[in-house]
Design a protein around this ligand. Structure first.
Ligand code: GLP
Length: 247
């Protein structure tokens, strides 16, 4: 496990983008596992800038982590819309090579199975993750068990409350989502988890320095052999110095 701590999220985003760029340049058919949320924005800003400076992404495939149930591509809070706005609309990844779970599928169970087929067919080279204040990754919420495959999840009150900042009110936040399970995440060849701000400090300390526990889903990343935590000083503020210095 590597830990990198930056003064600003902008610098952290640049670092993350450089790692993703290496994957894009050094892999014949790179598959990026992508995340939504404000944390991913500095990374996408830099990737868009790299593309404007010449980075070709025509051979890239992307597989997003999750989507709200009930929100279609034209809903401004859907994760497909987010990806179009912040990345896909500005780079040259062909649309048919971008995958986001279908939150408006009439048969959600079969949409989940289809999504697992995509991940099996296109193994993820590098998985980008944010983290919820409760330690969730994707929408794998703290629970007695973590599910392996893509599934429909009922969001915790904490997540609904936390994500309400993007909606008019808490009532407008969908209560369910489709998320990749932990198996697909752990099967990625490498993983980057990004976290910024004090609100994430507890979740980060518990994920990196605590025990591996299903009620702290990101702690399962301790089991992966190629994980980089990209943090700012606030999100790293509850790590004990000896460990955070090790990098
Ligand atoms: C949502 C997403 C997560 C993301 C989290 C953090 O809950 N499902 O994948 O990591 O938000 O969001 P933010 O980066 O805005 O704090």
């Amino acid at each position: 496990m590597r830990i990198r701590i930056f003064d600003t999220s902008h610098e952290a985003g640049l670092y993350a983008a450089s790692i993703v760029e290496q994957t894009i340049l050094n892999t014949a058919h790179p598959v990026l596992g992508l995340a939504t949320g404000s944390t991913a924005l500095p990374l996408y800003e830099e990737l868009v800038r790299f593309h404007r400076c010449g980075l070709d992404m025509a051979h890239v495939r992307s597989i997003n982590l999750d989507e709200y149930v009930g929100l279609g591509a034209d809903h401004p809070q859907s994760y497909r819309y987010f990806m179009n706005q912040h990345l896909f609309g500005h780079v040259n990844i062909p649309e048919e090579q971008t995958h986001v779970p279908n939150g408006t599928a009439t048969d959600l169970a079969s949409a989940c199975l289809d999504y697992d087929d995509i991940v099996r067919k296109y193994p993820i080279d590098i998985q980008i993750l944010g983290i919820g204040v409760n330690g969730h990754i994707g929408f794998n919420e703290p629970d007695d068990l973590l599910l392996s495959n893509t599934h429909v999840v009922t969001l915790t009150h904490e997540t609904v409350r936390s994500n309400a900042r993007f909606f008019e009110s808490e009532d407008d936040v969908p209560k369910q989502a489709i998320t990749l399970g932990v198996q697909a995440i752990l099967q990625a060849k490498s993983i980057i988890l990004m976290a910024f701000g004090e609100a994430k400090a507890d979740a980060i300390a518990r994920s990196i320095q605590g025990e591996v526990r299903t009620d702290v889903p990101a702690s399962i990343l301790q089991l992966h052999r190629d994980v980089t935590f990209i943090l700012d000083t606030q999100s790293a503020s509850k790590l004990s110095a000896s460990r955070s210095m090790r990098g």
